[in-house]
Write a protein that binds this ligand. Structure first.
Ligand SMILES: Nc1nc2c(c(=O)[nH]1)N[C@H]1C(S)=C(S)[C@@H](COP(=O)(O)OP(=O)(O)OC[C@H]3O[C@@H](n4cnc5c(=O)[nH]c(N)nc54)[C@H](O)[C@@H]3O)O[C@H]1N2
Ligand SMILES: Nc1nc2c(c(=O)[nH]1)N[C@H]1C(S)=C(S)[C@@H](COP(=O)(O)OP(=O)(O)OC[C@H]3O[C@@H](n4cnc5c(=O)[nH]c(N)nc54)[C@H](O)[C@@H]3O)O[C@H]1N2
Ligand SMILES: [Mo]
Length: 733
């Protein structure tokens, strides 16, 4: 009997791509419509091996906190009391509310708050985006939570955000500087750590510049440079000083490919403002000894080729844009741009959006793009990327809801449609976001789980996971794509995103949402990316886009600059950017500069709140996703890491409960006392599900209870510019 049942078990390959920068192969065992076991790639290198989160798929799909039916709020908003209703009733209500709010207040009062999810091409945020556009429009946000500083710097310096080499070029480097980059945890490409291992085996030197001694540094780095958060631009600029003084920079490269180096040199040497940006100047800011800064500058300038892998977390600070502009300048000064084994020093998401030679984008590529009719492209400054009227910077959404037109925002906001976004948990200043959500007339959330944000919904539309629908996803860091397969039926009454949007379109009387079938859409996309045989693709689970050698960004521009100018106004790498100068804001200077951050160690607020908090991405989660699954919780508890020195000073022992607080909020969780973090800094990984007690104190260790809801001038999200105090909670273990 057992034998017979085993025969019925099938193994279906599919791709997990759950907003972590990894796109990994899962081999899912299924029997009688139930997932029984999950394996991963064990084929040829480079394998697309899934991490512990992907391997915990069964806990995700069959989680007790999945939303199984459409739900309607019963108690107060946020109380978490719901009753089951039918899809018909739920969609009728949402359609009626959209109509009521649009007619009474205008389309701008409808807030559409999407994020990412499984990075699917079909079942993504672009479904509801299209629907709301067809229905007359909406207000949404601008700014990329992940890497707006990187996007801004890349676009204005290189004329593009496509700046990354494929990961298989890493072993060609002789020196890799991991500057706020921890890919063994954050993926940013499934194989990144494997390629770092190949590099190290081949003799590449690896150095980490990071306030934390992360797992990637522990595995690969020969040196850890524990810099103070938010001070990275000062260190990079002082490195430029050393290179200029010692004539280590590549003047020929600068003359041929860049504009504005002279202006930058004036600033660095001090002729602009009377302050020479010496290593001693930077030591006082960064906490790094002069000798360390000099050594890193010399190493980077003289070891060729060298890859300065700037992470995106140092850009998630006040003036984070300046860090990215500065590292790009260093890459140009050392002639590492467009060169195998080098790196352009810029950072956005190193995927298809990183400009590899794919033909199509990932997220939402299978849904026809629809222009939002309330958007006015003429009312944008064209430089602060993504801002067009009436968009609101995502850090400002709560403020906009609370203040509306009276606070200078384009509308009074009355309803929110939240899709693939744990808005309350993920955006800064949770206490303010809670207040704001309570103010709205109607909140609809499309969710898989009864999470922090879903609790604040009036209607929850249950959506299915990536093993309950067909889709196509794209690789990050390497050129490939893979199918997401409908391995089981949607759990109970949940539905895939596109089916929800289609059904809602019918209720709203919109007849042109999409006449094509799901299969046609996916086949068209497969054709666009030259997948030769769609059925075989689904069977194999991966399609590699063939290349004989690693892709190197800007190779053409460097090899043949006349034929291939950079796509900037000058046709060159713009160390000085006239476009930025035209914004005319001293806090967004046209050359990279170090500007002292608010909520940094020198902010007067540091007297009251002396600890610099950073909020790293967590091994057990993908942002807020996966937070509640027991297997993962057992492996990685939610703790705040503090240094031995800070702990001793406060009488805190490893495992003690501590309160972490500032004027915005308070959270209580266990402390991890460690040597692996710079004294004066604490790391509270983002994404734990906010769980307030009766006094409003969070008991989950949710980072955004503490963060500030204000963007950096050019749009970076300063999640890592936060001052707090930490105290032992007496009598609690
Ligand atoms: N496991 C896991 N993987 C993920 C995610 C996740 O939540 N979990 N999220 C995904 C998403 S959406 C994104 S955008 C990326 C995020 O990827 P990253 O932004 O690269 O991830 P972080 O963990 O925030 O930070 C990376 C490193 O930067 C360091 N760092 C923090 N602040 C500073 C600073 O001011 N200066 C310097 N030099 N270093 C600093 C941290 O200590 C950490 O070692 O990861 C993706 N991958
Ligand atoms: N303090 C602090 N906060 C941060 C950051 C930080 O570094 N520090 N990082 C920021 C960054 S980089 C990002 S990108 C944002 C992320 O912010 P979010 O995108 O809000 O984070 P996720 O946890 O990925 O949330 C996705 C939500 O969509 C739901 N969902 C609905 N349908 C689907 C689906 O089909 N598939 C999937 N996978 N999910 C679905 C998930 O259950 C989950 O609740 O957070 C930001 N928040
Ligand atoms: Mo992100």
């Amino acid at each position: 009997m057992a034998e017979k049942n085993r025969e019925k078990e099938v193994i279906i390959p599919t791709m997990c791509a759950s907003h972590c920068g990894g796109t990994c192969l899962l081999r899912v065992h299924v029997k009688d419509g139930v997932i029984t076991r999950v394996e991963t790639d064990d084929g040829e290198e480079p394998q697309l091996r899934a991490c512990m989160r992907g391997r915990a798929l069964r806990q995700r799909v069959y989680a007790p906190n999945r939303v199984l039916y459409p739900m309607k709020r019963k108690g107060e908003r946020g109380e978490g009391k719901f009753e089951r209703i039918s899809w018909d009733e739920a969609l009728d209500k949402v359609a009626a509310e959209l109509k009521r709010v649009r007619e009474n207040y205008g389309p701008k009062s409808i807030l559409f708050l999407p994020m990412a999810g499984d990075l699917g091409s079909l079942h993504s945020i672009m479904t509801i985006d299209r629907l709301l556009s067809l229905a007359g429009g909406y207000t949404t946000w601008w700014g990329t939570t992940s890497f707006h500083g990187g996007v801004f710097a890349s676009f204005l310096t290189y004329g593009t955000v496509f700046c990354s080499n494929t990961r298989n070029d890493l072993p060609n480097s002789r020196l890799i500087i991991m500057w706020g980059w921890n890919p063994a945890i954050t993926q940013t490409g499934t194989n990144t750590a494997w390629f770092l291992a190949r590099a190290k085996e081949g003799g590449t030197r690896i150095i980490a510049v990071d306030p934390c001694y992360g797992d990637t540094a522990a595995a690969f780095a020969e040196e850890w440079i524990p810099i103070k958060p938010g001070t990275d631009a000062a260190m990079a600029i002082a490195m430029a000083y050393v290179m200029i003084q010692e004539n280590l920079h590549d003047q020929k490269f600068l003359d041929t490919y860049t504009v504005g180096f002279d202006k930058f040199r004036e600033y660095v040497l001090g002729s602009e403002d009377g302050v020479a940006k010496t290593p001693t100047w930077a030591e006082a800011i960064t906490g790094m000894p002069t000798a360390t800064i000099e050594r890193l500058a010399r190493d980077y300038a003289t070891t060729k080729p060298a890859a300065l892998m700037s992470g995106i977390a140092p850009g998630r600070t006040t003036y984070g844009e300046q860090f990215h502009r500065a590292t790009i300048t260093l890459a140009a000064m050392t002639g590492n741009v467009g060169r195998s084994g080098g790196d352009a020093g810029a950072r956005a998401w190193e995927s298809i959006l990183g400009g590899y030679p794919y033909k199509a984008m990932g997220l939402g590529a299978a849904i026809p793009f629809t222009f939002n009719p309330v958007e006015d492209l003429t009312k944008s400054d064209g430089v602060i990327l993504g801002y067009t009227y009436p968009k609101i910077h995502y850090t400002r959404v709560a403020d906009a809801i609370l203040k509306g037109k009276a606070g200078g925002y384009p509308a009074d906001y009355k309803m929110a449609f939240i899709v693939n976004c744990d808005y309350l948990n993920s955006l800064p200043n949770i206490n303010k976001s809670v207040k704001a959500l309570k103010e709205l007339e109607f909140v609809v959330v499309e969710e898989q789980f009864m999470n922090t944000t879903a609790r604040y919904a009036d209607i929850i539309l249950p959506t299915s996971t990536f093993v309950e629908r067909e889709d196509i996803v794209f690789g990050v860091g390497m050129a490939y794509c893979g199918p997401q397969r409908k391995i089981i039926e949607p759990i109970v009454e949940s539905k895939p995103h596109n089916d929800i949007a289609k059904a809602l379109a019918v209720k709203m009387g919109i007849d042109n949402y999409d006449e094509e079938t799901e299969e046609d859409r996916l086949k068209q996309l497969a054709d666009m990316v030259d997948i030769p045989d769609y059925e075989l693709f689904k069977e194999k689970g991966v399609h590699w886009i063939e290349r004989s050698e690693p892709y190197v960004a800007f190779k053409q521009q460097i090899e043949d600059p006349k034929k291939h100018p950079f796509t900037t106004p000058s046709g060159k790498i713009e160390i000085y950017s006239q476009q930025i100068a035209d914004i005319n804001n001293p806090l967004i200077p046209p050359i990279p500069k170090y500007l002292e951050a608010w909520e940094g160690p020198n902010d007067p607020l540091a007297k009251k709140y002396p600890v610099q908090l950073i909020t790293n991405h967590c091994k057990r989660r993908s942002n807020s996703q996966f937070d509640t699954f027991p297997w993962l919780r057992e492996l990685v508890p939610q703790v705040i890491s503090i240094s031995v020195k800070d702990a001793e000073f406060r009488g805190i022992k490893d495992g003690d409960m501590v309160r972490v607080f500032n004027d915005r909020g308070e959270t209580v969780l266990p402390a991890r006392v460690t040597q692996r973090i710079l004294p004066g800094v604490a790391n509270l990984p983002e994404g734990a599900w906010y769980n307030p007690d009766e006094k409003g104190i969070d008991r989950a260790g949710s980072a955004n209870i503490l963060t500030r809801d204000e963007p950096s001038p050019a749009g970076s999200f300063p999640y890592n510019s936060v001052l707090v105090q930490i105290e032992k909670v007496e009598g609690v273990k």
